[in-house]
Write a new protein. Structure first.
Length: 513
């Protein structure tokens, strides 16, 4: 008898001898042809499954490389947090990692100028801890309600269905809190050489603390690649976008296959809550960094990616990360954007993967007993058998937790009010600091060139506003940008030239643009 693990079967297990065979009514008068049959289960099953192979791609961060790895604690931070993940130097925790581009679709090239998403899941003994950050330290907006608009402006024009520089810059001209992030994006780091050579930032301020005492510190999280940052120039990036659209994914996969495991050091910047009250910048504003001279980087541990996924769809596409996944000892801060994200990611995962996405091996926590979340499509965890499905039952098998898992909450007094943040000169200060740094590092011309190449694809009235915005950071940026744009506009045949989108396509413009 054939080994049952060797032969093909239908999805219900019926053995099949040849998966290329379909049933056909053959005969006269159309010799050579025939009729397909509705009773042909192998054919119907094969064709019916195929269009259902896709799940919706992520609305942002659709294209990614991913891998498994491990995190090892190298420095004691038990004075800051009692999170079990960090409770012993030398402790190792399994990690799943996904590094993505943000704006373009799942089939887009890797080497576009874009932020890289830095999504990681630590499978800790007290539940999953996800850091869902970026490779740049600051974000474009700080009001969560603006997030969908920001992304639409970076994606495709609703009429032409191509990326559109006028739309991109029009959004930023009118939401100038993002100017610091734009300088990071159009600076040297906007296109990495590989995902093995990028930083990772938590971006928001988080609380690391001790549930048992209520003490906490504010922290910002940074990962730095042990092999250093490497970036790519525009010419190479454009060439690879055509020749090797999956350049970054291949690079990570091949490095891991060869045993050349990429690693990063994790650091914290730690701030006492008292200091936050008087610090120069609002610590709950994701458009701001804490300069290292104010809050130096303290090493915590080492992340190593050492295993490729056995199957990309199972391990990476179905993975669902969320800033709401925090074990005891780690907590959210008063950053409203972070709080909005805590809703949005599980919401997206329920839609994209299904309501039981947490049961899949790529997302499943080490220990889960949540018998009040049951049933639903594709339940694969045994559904808690006959355990009570209602709270406070005398038949419950759950044992009491031996300590508090409560978080230290703020005491709030205030008034519910309509709020949208205002842009002030403060929003240009850190861009100004970055410009000085760029001059010192001789990267200032790179910024001007990258900006001008992109802004030059926008309509003249949009260009004007963008130049004004950068002139608010530093007059010199405005002047040098204008000079470069004048050259570009001249070569393009004057101010009414046809414009290009941010990813190098050439859209036509409808009314209003
Ligand atoms: C992906 C929402 C801001 C980093 C996503 C997804 C949504 C989303 C809906 C797709 C999730 C999925 O389908 O599984 C939001 C909202 C934001 C926000 C509403 C602000 C209000 C940010 C910020 C960062 C960030 C500030 C970085 C600090 C990421 C990353 C992913 C992602 C890395 C990809 C996760 C993965 O690999 O599965 N975001 N986002 N997002 N976002 Fe955000």
């Amino acid at each position: 008898m054939t080994d049952p693990k060797q032969h093909y079967t239908l999805a219900e297990g019926r053995p099949i001898a040849d998966p290329t065979v379909q049933q056909v009514l053959r005969g006269k008068p159309l010799t050579g042809g025939g009729l397909a049959l509705l009773l042909d289960t192998p054919l119907i099953e094969t064709l019916a499954h195929f269009p259902r192979e896709r799940i919706p791609e992520r609305v942002v961060h659709a294209k990614a490389a991913g891998a498994w790895g491990e995190f090892e604690v190298t420095h004691d931070i038990t004075d800051i947090t009692s999170a079990a993940l960090f409770n012993k130097v030398g402790k190792k925790t399994k990690v799943l990692m996904r590094v993505s581009t943000v704006g373009p679709e799942k089939g887009s090239p890797d080497t576009v100028r874009d932020v890289r998403g830095w999504a990681m899941k630590f499978f800790t003994e007290e539940g999953n801890y996800d850091i869902v950050g970026n490779d740049l330290p600051v974000f474009f907006v700080r009001d969560p309600i603006k997030f969908p608009s920001l992304n639409r402006s970076h994606k495709k024009h609703p009429q032409t269905n191509v990326p559109d520089a006028s739309m991109f810059w029009d959004f930023h001209n009118n939401n100038q809190e993002g100017v610091h992030a734009l300088m990071q994006l159009f600076g040297n780091r906007g296109v990495p050489e590989s995902v093995r050579h990028i930083n990772g930032y938590g971006v928001h301020t988080f609380k690391y603390g001790k549930p048992e005492t209520g003490e906490f510190k504010y922290v910002k999280i940074t990962f730095k690649p042990d092999a250093g940052i490497k970036t790519m120039d525009e010419a190479k990036a454009s060439r690879l976008a055509g020749e090797e659209p999956d350049y970054h994914i291949k690079d990570l996969y091949n490095a891991i296959e060869k045993g050349d495991y990429p690693s990063w050091t994790m650091y914290l910047q730690v701030m006492d809550p008292k200091e936050a009250e008087t610090y120069r910048w609002n610590v709950f504003d994701a458009t701001k960094i804490w300069p290292h001279k104010d809050y130096p980087l303290q090493p915590v541990g080492k992340l190593t990616l050492n295993k490729n996924p056995d199957n990309y769809f199972a391990d990476i596409e179905q993975a669902a990360f969320s800033p709401s996944n925090m074990p005891p000892g780690i907590d959210y801060s008063a950053d409203v954007m972070l709080q909005a994200r805590m809703f949005s990611y599980p919401d997206a995962a329920r839609y994209r993967v299904g309501p039981n996405y947490q049961q899949l091996p790529c997302n499943r926590a080490q220990y889960v007993y949540a018998p009040f979340e049951r049933d639903g499509p594709a339940t694969i965890n045994g559904n808690y058998g006959g355990d009570p499905n209602y709270v406070r039952s005398q038949f419950s098998k759950a044992t009491p937790l031996d300590r508090s898992s409560d978080v230290a909450h703020y005491e709030w007094t205030g008034r519910v009010q309509n709020y949208t943040s205002e842009v002030t000169d403060e929003d240009f200060e850190q861009g100004r600091m970055l410009w000085k740094l760029m001059i010192d590092e001789k990267e200032d011309q790179i910024l001007i060139d990258n900006l001008a190449a992109n802004i030059g694809k926008a309509l003249p009235k949009v260009q004007e506003e963008t130049v004004k915005m950068f002139a608010k950071v530093e007059k010199e940026i405005g002047e040098r940008l204008q000079k470069k744009l004048d050259q570009i506009n001249k070569t393009n045949g004057g101010p009414d030239h046809v414009n290009y989108g941010p990813y190098g396509l050439r859209p036509t413009y409808g009314a209003g643009y």
